[in-house]
Design a protein around this ligand. Structure first.
Ligand code: ATP
Ligand code: MG
Length: 283
């Protein structure tokens, strides 16, 4: 068994080129390890450095100071950079900017062609990836005709076909309607639980984080909080001080407790409803 973390940040600082002279750093003193198989959520205010952090993870950006190691390889190692990018797939916010093929099939094939995968193997991987995201019946469809959620699932299929270790979603649900968000979130949770793919979900929706293994909160370029959803969302005031929202159930429970009700911590609506019913029905 390989116990080494999938991803390690050691004393990483980062400044965009133009700001380096003035030492305007966007990230500073980042020390992080991401374990294989984890589902990690990243929350943080606008401009706190989440996307920059994500781009450092697959070598799209290189650290100004410190090192980033993916599967034992430093991202600074230019010979291994394509291997790093194959390991770490990224899904971005706007589904329309990620489509490269004129059919769904072409779109998923794109990355594989770049890898030089032979045709038979390519066929197998495309079919497998599309069925894994529940889009197998759209093989010959034109991507621009799909819904936002379906487009993001095709983008994810393109990544899965490359057999990645880690998928980073950078606000991949931000432009989707509630149905699309649900489709994408249940897909990535399933890929994590059933196929063991490590997931890192950057999001503005705290609800998306309640089932993850770990929640990292960024603030002004630093790791502000890092723990289980129960640890992090248990600190409502600390989160609100950073201008961040908590899941609705957590917020409501917090208000009820402030008003004198006794209730153990909750994360999801079902738990809150359970506790409330128990309180009301036993009165
Ligand atoms: N290409 C760039 N050149 C210079 N500064 C940049 C560049 N991209 C981002 N920044 C700055 O770096 C800081 C962090 O940006 P980043 O995009 O990582 O934040 P974020 O947490 O992803 O924000 P959001 O929630 O808005 O997506 C911000 O102050 C931003 O203005
Ligand atoms: Mg961002």
């Amino acid at each position: 068994m390989n116990e080494e973390p999938l991803l390690t940040f050691r004393d990483v600082s980062f400044a965009y080129e133009s700001d380096w002279e003035q030492r305007v750093v966007v990230l500073q003193g980042i020390n992080l390890s991401i374990e294989r198989g984890a589902f990690v959520s990243i929350l943080g205010h606008n401009g706190s450095g989440k996307s920059t952090l994500a781009k450092l993870m697959n070598g799209l950006l290189l650290p100004s100071e410190g090192v980033v190691i993916v599967s034992g390889v430093e991202t600074r190692n230019s010979e291994a950079i394509w291997e790093v990018r194959r390991h770490v797939g990224m899904v971005f916010q706007n589904p329309d900017n990620q489509i490269v093929g004129t059919t769904v099939e072409d779109d998923v094939a794109f990355g594989l062609e770049n890898l030089g995968v032979e045709p038979g193997e390519m066929r197998r991987r495309i079919d497998e990836a599309l069925s894994s995201v529940g889009m197998e019946q759209f093989l010959t469809a034109q991507p621009h005709r799909l819904s936002g959620g379906q487009k993001q699932r095709v983008a994810i299929a393109g990544i899965i076909a490359m057999r990645p270790s880690l998928i980073i979603l950078d606000e991949a649900t931000a432009m989707l309607d509630p149905q699309g968000r649900k489709e994408v979130m249940s897909l990535v949770y399933r890929l994590n639980r059933e196929e063991g793919i490590t997931i890192l979900n950057i999001t503005h929706f705290p609800e998306e984080a309640v089932h993850s293994d770990r929640v990292i909160v960024m603030r002004a370029g630093e790791v502000y909080m890092d723990g289980t959803p129960a640890d992090v969302f248990g600190q409502v005031e600390r989160l609100q001080a950073a201008g961040l929202d908590v899941p609705q159930a957590v917020r409501m429970r917090h208000k009820l407790v402030q008003n004198g009700l006794e209730m153990p911590p909750v994360l999801h609506q079902e738990e809150l409803v359970d506790h409330l019913c128990r309180l009301l029905l036993t009165k």
